[in-house]
Design a protein around this ligand. Structure first.
Ligand code: CDP
Length: 784
């Protein structure tokens, strides 16, 4: 029928991001851009003490500040049954505003509502709180002694939150014991923070119908709606959550924060909309931190380098509340991926988590729930083992890789790896980086006393939470969803339960629909983040969007196609079974000249549908059968100035395998961004507390973000091993560079320093730390 140009075939094409013209022209619409008539502003009074009893709160002076309308405290909220908030993990609860005592510096103590942001801030300053300081527990090792009980509100009278373990404890111990070689190392992944450029915030309004309109920086708007209904008692149909454009989330915008509840209470109490936008300091000091895992890693091996066993015992610092937003069954997230890319015959991993007087969190910062910590531990330990055995670090990895013929591979710690080709990925990395030449150069430099290092990380992740048999948050299974509606002219809209925070979903979701239906991706609109219109989904974090929502979108599109086939049969005047989908068109089987395009079918679905149901739309709720297992081989090359300790990353190559690639340009952007974050974590970032529980990194002069001046040049390459169970073979990619890169950087630095006898350094690897390590080696003692 038609000879119209083929509009399909857009999967894998580097289409420019549809959302970028809006963003680069400053036309994004963020929460802080929302201004409603009569809107009040909220500011939060925060504790200067890490642990103290609240002896009194006097709000009288604050109420005299011009413009201040109300102040609420923990007592007010407690009286209304809103004193505590369940954490997403479901194992704990968190005070909304402090009741009785504060448990970390910058904890929320009171909320002030005023006509302007400045008046709210002045009002917050004027609230007088008397504190009686209590002994501070500033680390998990002190916490475990239980000398000071931090959470008397809990039934369990201990600072210990949970013990989690997986694997064969006794078998691993026996295997370690009989291993010819053993290494052990405490590896700390320091506390860091996602620090999105847009801080968290919200606008709460009860409309004329008494319905809560809640605009919020949320990575999971539907879960927020349900959580708010549970916490506040407002029926879920009376809650409308909208996540407009989001300026970066990285896991930081998954938890429901106390400020959100306060803003809603203020809006209800005062009958006016309330806006709350965090300051940078509030974001860094009170919202979800990441990592803070002290990992004692032990590996056994034969003299040939074959690993015989692995044991990891982790001590985790969760801060004042267990606010890690992990799926219910996994208090330590996906830490079981700690055997990485290696076929480890005996393994056991355990995590003990403790409360301390620090901000709560443990969120999945660009990470599938503790995969980054696990990946760092194994990749760092592999280098220590290589060093101990005198085997080349790349060769040791190769000897232990899960082989291509072992898939689906059952790891000893409970995961079934879907696919991978680690040898090929590493080989590509070695060839591209010119490893043989680099080794030669390094040997020559070592003779001259110069410090050059080569570091590898050949990681495997587990992303796409997840299959409903294992994964839920607050009991809600972790499926995701898509709804597709094709309009008469062949344009359309796809709505998904995810929420992009810069990942480019407006482009890649359109590409999936266009690929499946032979339509123009430019005319497929993507809508996310509005709970009134989008189907229920669990949101965007932990690289779950492509593995889960990406699958839902492809399958919803295939449902649309099945419906379209009936209309096509009518147009082609044949039976439905005589119609096939070929080259992005419907065709009469065996008659290539008789075709009809999806665009023509779409028009007919509204104008000439014969006996078929009018319209062209479908939805799909996708419960993935398994996680996906992206992998990569990263290589860092560094030079270190022996006099100053300055580390220069001369080269960095990231070879990633994320299965089928939807959009290489978007993937490239994800890799560059994540590598830059990994670089910052390796060399610059730590949320430090002193021994008294004071936060030392409260703004961007103390918590450093790399600029283009510090950031190395990134080189990238890809291998493609499709996921066998995902509808289009795609695996997640967003977090891979953040997961994989820290170990490569640290391994390169330690490799450079290894002639001096340096075996391990904890991140962040600052110039000062390197300088001290060099001086210590030179004078044979530690430099204070
Ligand atoms: O969940 P999140 O969006 O953060 O991470 P993701 O699923 O890894 O996707 C990040 C971006 O990369 C999305 O726009 C994906 O569609 C895109 N992507 C891709 O083009 N091809 C892949 N194989 C994986 C992701």
């Amino acid at each position: 029928m038609s000879s119209e140009a083929n509009t399909g075939g857009c999967l894998g094409k580097p289409m420019k991001r549809k959302e970028d013209p809006r963003f680069i022209q400053g036309k994004g619409r963020y929460v802080d851009d929302i201004t409603l008539p009569g809107m009040l502003h909220m500011a939060i009074v925060r504790s200067p003490y890490p642990h103290a009893e609240i002896t009194s709160i006097d709000v009288s002076e604050a109420m005299k500040v011009p413009g201040v309308k109300a102040v609420i405290t923990g007592k007010d909220l407690d009286a209304a049954g809103l004193g505590w908030l369940p954490t997403f993990h479901g194992l704990d609860k968190q005070m909304v505003l402090a009741i009785g005592k504060v448990l970390f510096q910058y904890q929320e103590v009171a909320a002030v509502f005023a006509e302007t942001r400045a008046a709210a801030a002045d009002g917050a300053e004027a609230v007088q709180v008397e504190y009686a300081p209590l002994p501070v527990v500033a680390d998990p090792f002190t916490a475990r002694k239980d000398e000071v009980l931090l959470r008397p509100d809990r039934e369990q009278k201990t600072n210990h939150i949970y013990h989690w373990e997986v694997g064969d404890k006794d078998g691993t111990a026996r295997a370690l014991e009989s291993s010819p070689k053993r290494i052990s190392q405490r590896i700390w992944f320091q506390r860091c923070h996602p620090a999105p450029l847009e801080t968290c915030g919200c606008v709460a309004q009860f409309d004329t119908m008494g319905r809560l309109q809640f605009y919020v920086t949320s990575q999971a708007p539907h879960v927020y709606r349900t959580a708010l209904a549970i916490v506040t008692g407002i029926p879920e149909d009376k809650i409308h959550v909208v996540s407009p454009d989001i300026g970066g989330g990285f896991g930081n915008k998954v938890p429901v924060y106390p400020g959100y509840v306060c803003a809603i209470v203020g809006a209800l109490k005062l009958g006016r909309p309330v806006k709350w936008i965090e300051t940078r300091t509030e974001n860094l000091t009170s919202t979800g931190f990441a990592r803070d895992y002290h990992m004692d890693v032990e590996i056994g091996a034969g003299a040939d380098g074959r690993i015989t066993a692995m044991h990891v015992a982790t001590t985790a610092d969760h801060g004042a509340f267990d606010a890690a937003a992990d799926p219910t069954k996994y208090p330590a997230g996906m830490f079981g991926i700690v055997t990485g890319s290696y076929d480890v015959p005996a393994a056991h991993a355990e995590v003990d988590a403790y409360f301390t007087n620090k901000a709560p969190g443990g969120i999945a910062y660009r990470c599938s729930f503790r995969v980054t910590e696990a990946s760092y531990a194994i990749e760092r330990a592999m280098d220590i083992l290589a060093d101990e055995l005198g085997i080349d670090a790349a060769e040791l990895r190769r000897r232990n890789f899960v082989r291509k013929d072992q898939y689906p591979y059952q790891s000893r710690l409970g995961f079934t790896y879907d696919s991978g080709d680690y040898d090929r990925t590493l080989q590509l990395a070695l060839d591209r980086i010119g490893y043989t030449q680099l080794l030669k150069e390094q040997a020559e430099k070592r003779v001259r006393g110069e410090l050059m290092g080569i570091g590898f990380s050949t990681f495997t992740e587990v992303v796409g939470a997840g299959p409903s048999k294992h994964f839920d948050i607050l009991g809600i299974k972790m499926f995701d969803s898509a709804e597709i509606r094709i309009h008469p002219t062949g344009a359309g809209i796809v709505r998904a339960g995810t929420k992009s925070q810069g990942q480019g979903h407006e482009t890649t979701w359109a590409q999936i629909v266009a690929e499946e239906l032979g339509l123009d991706p430019q005319n497929i609109m993507v809508e996310e983040g509005d709970t009134d219109t989008a189907p229920y989904g669990l949101g965007t974090y932990a690289s779950r969007s492509t593995p889960v929502a990406g699958g839902a979108i492809a399958l919803a599109a295939r449902r649309v196609r099945e419906k379209a086939r009936k209309v096509a049969a009518h147009l082609l005047e044949v039976g439905e079974s005589d119609v096939e989908w070929k080259d992005y068109k419907f065709q009469v089987k065996g008659v290539p000249a008789k075709t009809v395009t999806m665009k023509e079918v779409a028009f007919a679905a509204y104008t000439n549908m014969a006996q078929n149901e009018p319209g062209l739309e479908a939805s799909y709720y996708y419960d993935p059968p398994n996680m996906t297992f992206p992998s990569g081989a990263y290589v860092a090359v560094v030079d270190i100035d022996r006099e100053t300790g300055e580390v220069k990353v001369r080269k960095f190559l990231a070879v990633d395998d994320c299965g089928t690639i939807i959009n290489p340009l978007v993937v490239e952007g994800q890799i560059h961004g994540g590598l830059t974050e990994g670089f910052a974590i390796a060399f610059m970032q730590e949320i430090q507390y002193d021994g008294e529980g004071n936060n030392l990194n409260t703004n961007f002069t103390d918590y450093l973000l790399p600029t283009s001046l510090e950031t190395p040049q990134w080189e990238t390459a890809k291998t493609v091993t499709p996921s066998p169970h995902h509808p289009i073979g795609a695996k997640g990619v967003g977090e891979s560079p953040n997961v994989g890169s820290p170990a490569a950087f640290v391994n390169a630095v330690v490799d450079a320093l290894s002639p001096l006898g340096v075996r391990h350094l904890d991140m962040p690897i600052t110039r000062d730390k390197v300088w001290r390590a060099i001086r210590a080696a030179e004078i044979g003692t530690v430099v204070a």
